[in-house]
Design a protein around this ligand. Structure first.
Ligand code: NAP
Ligand code: ZN
Ligand code: ZN
Length: 346
């Protein structure tokens, strides 16, 4: 066991504060990673506030982890000391079910072991990346390509893969009209990746405040959802909508923008149940779906794709003691476009 510094919420809704946690000794197939940067995902805010389910406290959030391998177990073959690596939302899964064996570890039938706010196979709580080190099984660690700096790569480990996976699954590419709802952490990477895939990209944001940024990120069109004209002019025109908003939306309004066989894929995970009317799907054989992060191999594919296309997150690097303020700013949609903690400040 090693004692290391971390930032934790001691109880639900409590501010995060500096503390120490124990990391297990490096086992046969483990790697110990010196964390350099960790992104702040809106899922961290949901979980610290017990928005989805009662959490495990103290909670050390953080599942957008980028760092360097400091030690490897004797059985490790995939990573070596000095390698630049990342860890996303999961650190283990059953490895045997039909989803794990097909590369969809995120949909493990026995539930993946989440990077934090979960219990590992050893029954111990998991602690995330708002910390200086983490010990992870080599199979759940991915390689960060040389072309990507660690700070801009960190948010790819959740926000990047969460948008890449559905864009690929629903065939975003040339000739496809893709809309991204919400220009935050997920949304801005969704715009960059959809543009790099060759799709025609529309941003649907609460206001036109971030329009210049959106167009620079690769959007072809940018609309304010507060303007009723937006919904009239885009009716029946889109192939795919990725919704990254963390609060419930008027589904009927968004579904009406899809052309025949179009899909609306919900990535945002509101804390409340949502409602919609089935007729909005029926009229054009539309689909309403949701997608969770991506598998390990697909996460590696996404990182390689991003390196090849020069895609990193737009970040604001903060000291660890600014984390509570960062949460407030995230709740107020005031982030351009991802907070990343420099873990040297923990
Ligand atoms: P974020 O950075 O806070 O971005 C969300 C964006 O949604 C905001 O920047 C804002 O963009 C828009 N928005 C926020 N509140 C809104 C409201 N009440 N009405 C309309 N628009 C609103 O959050 P994030 O880190 O991208 O995460 C977004 C959601 O995805 C969260 O619920 C998170 O838990 C979830 N998530 C899911 C997965 C998955 O696997 N499916 C993975 C990661 C995160 P504008 O100002 O442009 O409107
Ligand atoms: Zn996340
Ligand atoms: Zn499984």
């Amino acid at each position: 066991m090693t004692t290391i510094a971390a930032y934790a919420a001691p109880a639900p809704k409590a501010p995060l504060e500096r503390t120490t946690i124990e990391r297990r000794a490096v086992g046969e197939h483990d790697v110990r990673i010196e964390i350099a940067f960790v992104g702040i995902c809106h899922s961290d805010v949901h979980q610290v506030r017990d928005g989805w389910r009662p959490g495990i406290f103290p909670m050390v959030p953080g599942h957008e982890i980028a760092g360097v391998v400091a030690e490897v177990g004797p059985g490790v073959t995939k990573h070596a000391v000095g390698d630049r690596v990342g860890v996303g939302c999961m650190v283990d899964s059953c490895r045997e079910c039909e989803n794990c064996t097909a590369g969809f570890e995120q949909y493990c039938l026995k539930m993946p072991t989440w990077t934090y706010n979960a219990k590992g196979k050893d029954g111990e709580p998991t602690y995330g990346g708002y910390s200086t080190q983490i010990v992870v099984d080599e199979n759940y660690v991915v390689r960060i390509p040389d072309g990507l700096a660690l700070d801009v790569a960190a948010p790819l480990l959740c926000a990047g893969i969460t948008t890449y996976s559905p864009l690929r699954h629903w065939n975003a590419g040339p000739g496809k009209r893709v809309a991204i709802v919400g220009l935050g952490g997920l949304g801005h990477l969704g715009v960059k990746i959809a543009h790099a895939l060759g799709a025609e990209v529309t941003v649907l944001s609460q206001s036109l405040r971030k329009k210049d940024d959106g167009l620079k990120l690769g959007a072809d069109h940018y609309y304010a959802t507060g303007d009723p004209q937006t919904f009239e002019s885009l009716a029946n025109s889109l192939d795919l909508i990725l919704n990254t908003v963390s609060a419930p939306l008027d589904f009927a309004a968004y579904l009406s923008l899809l052309r025949r066989d179009g899909a609306m894929v919900n990535l945002g995970l509101p804390e409340e149940p949502v409602q919609f009317v089935l007729q909005t799907l029926n009229g054009r054989r539309r689909s309403l779906s949701s997608s969770g992060i991506g598998g390990i191999a697909e996460t590696q594919e996404m990182l390689d794709f991003c390196a090849e296309h020069g895609i990193g997150a737009e970040i604001e690097v903060i000291d660890a003691e600014q984390v509570n303020e960062a949460y407030e700013r995230m709740l107020a949609s005031n982030v351009r476009y991802r907070f990343v903690i420099d873990t040297a400040t923990i």
